[in-house]
Each structure stands twice: as structure tokens, then as C-alpha cells.
Design a protein. Structure first.
Length: 105
């Protein structure tokens, strides 16, 4: 056996980090993918609505990236609920915001 044979796979690393089974790792990754695609597909209509001609002035781009964070997190919880992983993503969100705002519990 070589050292590479005993190295954990990326799925095993995520299983250990998140404390979930392999199938749940894949479901969680699907939730992240669905959320990312949703945000990506929403950008064009949002830009067109607020700018009219679809151009992206610098100020709009800055505001978009600041405001997209809460929208992304809401969609993450929605997709988490749809895929039966709401509890995982609720805890994930709490940890994320604690780190982001340095909230001590």
C-alpha cells in the first residue's frame, strides 16, 4: 500500500468535516449548486430591471455584491428545506454569520 491509498478522498474529508454520511455530502453539494445557479440566473433580470439598458455601472456592481449575500443565504435555506437538509444549513448559516460578525456565543 502506498501513501496515496490511505489518503482520504474529498468526500471522506467533507464527511468528517460536516459529520454526515456520503449520500448527505452529495445532497449538500447539490443544494450549494442549485443555490449558485439560482443566483447566477437571477443576476441578468435584476440588472436589467434596475439599470434599464442592462449596463452595470460600478456603483450598481458594488451594491449587487453586497446585497446578494443575504439573498444567497435565503436561497440556501430554501433549497436546504426542499432537499431535506434544512437543519444542516440552518447550523451552517449560524456558524457563517458568527464568523462574519464575530459573534460570541
Amino acid at each position: 500500500m502506498t501513501e496515496e491509498d490511505t489518503k482520504p478522498t474529498w468526500v471522506q474529508k467533507l464527511q468528517k468535516r460536516w459529520g454526515v454520511s456520503a449520500i448527505r455530502v452529495f445532497i449538500i453539494l447539490i443544494v450549494f449548486a442549485c443555490t449558485g445557479f439560482t443566483i447566477m440566473f437571477l443576476k441578468k433580470p435584476v440588472v436589467a430591471y434596475f439599470t434599464g439598458d442592462g449596463s452595470q455601472p460600478l456603483l450598481f456592481s458594488i451594491l449587487y455584491y453586497i446585497l446578494i449575500l443575504p439573498v444567497y443565504n435565503i436561497f440556501l435555506l430554501i433549497y436546504g428545506f426542499i432537499f431535506g437538509q434544512f437543519k444542516f444549513f440552518w447550523e451552517f448559516e449560524k456558524r457563517f454569520f458568527k464568523r462574519m460578525f464575530r459573534i460570541k456565543s
